[in-house]
Design a binder for this molecule. Sequence first.
Ligand code: SF4
Ligand code: SF4
Length: 144
Amino acid sequence: MLTFTPNILKNLAAKPATRKYPFVKREQFSGVRGELYNDIDNCIFCGMCSRKCPTQCITVDKTAGTWVCDPFTCVFCGICADSCPAKCLHFHAEHRPPSVERETISMQGEPPKPKVKKKAKAAPAKEEAGKKAKAEPEEAPKED
Ligand code: SF4
Ligand code: SF4
């Protein structure tokens, strides 16, 4: 008993080692990976995040311009954010609040416009050149 007495007295005088969560919350460390967020206006819907995600919790639809993530499957590894070419994926410092229902993070953006094929323009130019070549017969080689 005498061995423990100093420890008991010290603990009685000291502040509690724990916090009264959720009333008192600890400040987050810098660089903490909280909720995943997509700055959808900058997203180009390339699908790289979806292909790189080890848990396959991201779905990207380029045609519809949608980006969907299942936060209950995410392991917060950060690979998606690191591999995003548009640098539009970020982690909020705050974690998602607990939920009794399975929710997904669904974002709607502007789908990229389909690219116009350049070949369509080049084709008439080629045809024109072919027509000219037919109209102007080649000169016969000169004989000495
Ligand atoms: S990698 Fe980035 S730009 Fe590409 S679909 Fe994902 S969030 Fe959008
Ligand atoms: S943090 Fe990891 S697990 Fe979560 S969406 Fe990104 S790649 Fe997938």
